[in-house]
Write a protein that binds this ligand. Structure first.
Ligand code: ATP
Length: 256
């Protein structure tokens, strides 16, 4: 399409010592898209995810959000431009309540106008009020109100994953990066999570990048799929196109 992409990955390469983990990767993400990133072990998915979340610096190429490079931003400054993420293994504060974990997420991207308002007029505390409302809305949206005051470590793993989503959403991201969200979940939980991701996109217009091993989940959740192999882009297209791509089939059979 001719619409300018929300995110553009342009000719990104990453070299570790002598190993070329990513080799000239380019693709676009359109606003509101759920893009699945797949590939056999060692294909470069995690490396690309880490470039997007700014943990790794590409050796070459650029990553543009709404036309502006994000490469000068350190990982702790990407929430401000609207990139949110979750982790492969849940990375919540285990001894804090669900509510407090989600509040931390909301604080990661508190509108600077709201902050300066409440600094100028602390008796109004409008920022805090707006933040509390945002957090409560998200808890309701993800069906977490009943466990708001429960300590995270006491919750089932599937619920913890939902709390992590809530925390990421509380920062009001434009793009949500999900690192293997289906890992450790049972069959039913995987498909519920896929439905939830689609619902979040439909209701909130959030663009999602999904790195995932669970092929069924990617194919039923993503609108568009990019397949990597040995650090190169192997194929891209709709889930059906990519699933039927001879190179993709060969790469997966070869990796078994
Ligand atoms: P998996 O599905 O197994 O997680 P992946 O698709 O995420 O694999 P990456 O972890 O990105 O693949 O790895 C791509 C290549 O880069 C591999 O050859 C890997 O050994 C190498 N690699 C990744 N991280 C590093 C690192 N920090 N130092 C050296 N080599 C690395």
């Amino acid at each position: 399409s001719s619409a300018s992409p929300l995110l553009a990955v342009r000719d990104v390469s990453v070299v570790f010592g002598g190993i070329v983990a990513l080799n000239g990767i380019s693709f676009n993400m359109q606003k509101g898209q759920i893009l699945g990133l797949i590939g056999p072990n060692g294909a470069g998915k995690t490396t690309l995810f880490n470039c997007l979340s700014r943990l790794y610096q590409p050796s070459k190429g650029d990553i543009l959000l709404e036309g502006e490079s994000i490469l000068s931003r350190p990982p702790h400054r990407i929430a401000e431009v609207g990139i949110g993420r979750t982790f492969q293994n849940v990375a919540l504060f285990p001894n804090m309540s669900v509510l407090d974990n989600v509040r931390v997420g909301a604080h990661c991207r508190t509108n600077s106008d709201i902050v300066s308002d409440s600094l100028r007029m602390p008796w109004i505390r409008s920022g805090e009020k707006a933040l509390n409302k945002r957090v409560d809305d998200i808890l309701g949206y993800l069906d977490l109100r009943s466990v708001a005051h429960t300590t995270v470590s006491g919750l089932p793993f599937g619920t913890q994953k939902r709390v992590e989503l809530a925390r990421a959403l509380a920062a009001e991201p434009k793009i949500l990066l999900l690192d293997e969200p289906a890992g450790g979940l049972n069959h039913e939980e995987v498909y519920n999570l896929g439905d939830l991701i689609r619902r979040i996109r439909d209701d909130r217009g959030i663009t999602v990048l999904l790195v995932e091993h669970h092929m069924g989940m990617v194919m039923s959740t993503a609108d568009y799929v990019v397949a990597l192999n040995f650090g190169r882009k192997l194929a891209e297209g709709t889930p059906t196109q990519v699933q039927n791509d001879p190179d993709v089939i060969k790469a997966y059979l070869g990796s078994k």
